[in-house]
Design a protein around this ligand. Structure first.
Ligand code: SF4
Length: 488
């Protein structure tokens, strides 16, 4: 059977250099696994980093899988309609379906994809018509399908890998999924990668690799020693992962440097009043920390570890109620974040606005019950363009300060200083490309502020007073679909 798998990963739909060079590194794990599991068929996997043209997609297929995030759902829908108009069965899966399980323009919606659900689907195909609507789910989670010997076969220049599923931190804005260790074959898989003869980028897709960091460093050390002892040379391995910076000590950051960890990404709380384990932590008590002290201690900690990691990206989320309430204060999150950037020049900050997807986080459920979710069109729900929450402050003030912060962070002075401090050529290129896209982001938010000031319908929409989506917001959807807008 001829099968097409589409992985829609684009953050913006253009054919920019950033999309071409950087986006492929964000290719998803599951589409590769599906390709591997279905390897007895004729399978083509396409990772789309910009809106495709109709002629880019093959016609002669019997089954099309589409993995998508919410921000690309309209494109996924249009592509599905295109294939279904040719009597071809379409299947949707990925983060969007977990948040929004109803997807009527697809033949099949896969929730919690696993090998068993996939094989069940393949066995059922002869009974499925392209114009049906079926939701398939499975109770088996990722542990039954990833790793063992399989991950070794997902090879290319970029290898995606998972050592765990879920996280026990229970942040209110994150999907609750209990932690499961999946790292059984880590050592053996690292030996395989280090024995190859072509450089590999190894991208860990764990939501939070902190629990397995020591195991990773230990397995890497042993794998390097073992492959070295074979005398055939050790392959170059560039590692990218996501973990909590608080879990990195000076010792682990030294090991990370020695073992070739190229890029670490971590969530960092914005600097509002919070609780911190203090000296009395042995008694199990916490102490309050002021926003300014929180910023200073985070900066000190990061400056200690950033020496050893070429690319340290800190993800910061803006729009939580605590942030909004303190906007007028002297030590508000925006001014403190600017100060943080001054004190921590080598770290790169990825700014995102709070976005709610469906009802699968505690925060989303709370916001839904408070009537604070705005029906912002899906294409804007990427965390970089518009929060779909009624903020606990005036949106004009919030977005003005947010735009100013992005302007500061993307200024040539700050950006070029960071580039000069880094001694890895790929990281330098990454930061330069990011600098350009951040300037566009600043223009976008200034535009939002101007619209809020001049367009009452937009102001009412973002403050929850009106449910009507402004016409100009709706009008942005169609052009983003390119030729597929014909099927929207
Ligand atoms: S946001 Fe990060 S640390 Fe918090 S629960 Fe999710 S994965 Fe864990």
């Amino acid at each position: 059977m001829k099968i097409l798998i589409l992985d829609l990963i684009m953050y913006n739909k253009s054919r920019s250099l950033y999309n071409k060079l950087i986006q492929p590194y964000f290719a998803s794990h599951m589409p590769k696994l599906i390709k591997f599991w279905l390897s007895s068929h004729d399978v083509k996997l396409m990772v789309l980093t910009s809106t495709p043209r109709i002629k880019d997609l093959p016609d002669e297929v019997s089954l099309v899988f589409i993995q998508t995030y919410t921000m690309n759902y309209y494109l996924a829908q249009a592509i599905s309609k295109y294939y279904r108009s040719k009597n071809i069965i379409t299947v949707i899966g990925g983060p969007h379906t977990l948040s929004y399980p109803t997807n009527p323009v697809f033949t099949v919606t896969l929730l919690k994809t696993s090998r068993s659900s996939l094989f069940y689907l393949m066995r059922s195909l002869r009974n499925i018509q392209h114009n049906q609507e079926i939701v398939l789910t499975t109770n088996s989670s990722l542990e039954s399908v990833v790793l063992e010997s399989e991950s070794k076969f997902i090879l290319g220049k970029l290898v995606t890998y998972i050592t765990s599923q879920g996280c026990d931190n229970r942040c209110s804005f994150c999907r609750e999924l209990s932690y499961t260790d999946l790292s059984h074959d880590l050592y053996q898989d690292l030996v395989t990668l280090l024995s190859l003869t072509k450089p590999v980028v190894l991208f860990f897709h764990d939501a939070n690799l902190s629990n397995n960091l020591n195991k990773l460093l230990d397995s890497l050390t042993r794998a390097y020693e073992y492959v070295e002892s074979l005398g055939k040379g050790v392959n170059e391995l560039n590692i990218i992962l996501e973990l909590e910076v608080e879990k990195i000590t000076s010792t682990t950051s030294n090991s990370m440097k020695l073992l070739g960890l190229k890029s670490v990404s971590s969530g960092v709380e914005t600097f509002h009043r919070g609780l911190k384990r203090g000296r009395r932590e042995l008694t199990g008590k916490f102490q309050y920390i002021s926003p300014k002290n929180k910023m200073i201690s985070t900066s000190k900690n990061i400056n200690k570890i950033v020496k050893n990691i070429p690319n340290l990206q800190l993800n910061m989320l803006f729009g939580l109620d605590n942030d909004c309430r303190e906007l007028e204060n002297k030590d508000n999150i925006f001014d403190l974040t600017k100060e943080f950037i001054r004190r921590t020049p080598k770290a790169y900050i990825n700014f995102q606005t709070l976005t709610s997807f469906g009802n699968n986080t505690r925060l989303s459920q709370q916001l839904i019950s408070q009537g604070r979710i705005i029906n912002v069109p899906y294409n804007l729900l990427d965390g970089y363009r518009l929060s779909n929450i009624v903020l606990d402050c005036d949106p004009i003030l919030f977005y003005s300060k947010y735009a100013e912060l992005i302007k500061y962070a993307s200024s040539l002075r700050v950006g070029l200083k960071r580039v000069a401090l880094v001694n890895d050529k790929y990281t330098r290129l990454y930061y330069l490309l990011k600098l350009r896209s951040e300037r566009n982001s600043y223009n976008h938010f200034i535009n939002i502020v101007n619209k809020l000031k001049t367009d009452t319908s937009f102001y009412n929409f973002l403050t929850g007073k009106s449910k009507t989506v402004p016409r100009w917001l709706k009008a942005e959807v169609e052009p983003s679909l390119g030729e597929f807008s014909l099927f929207a």
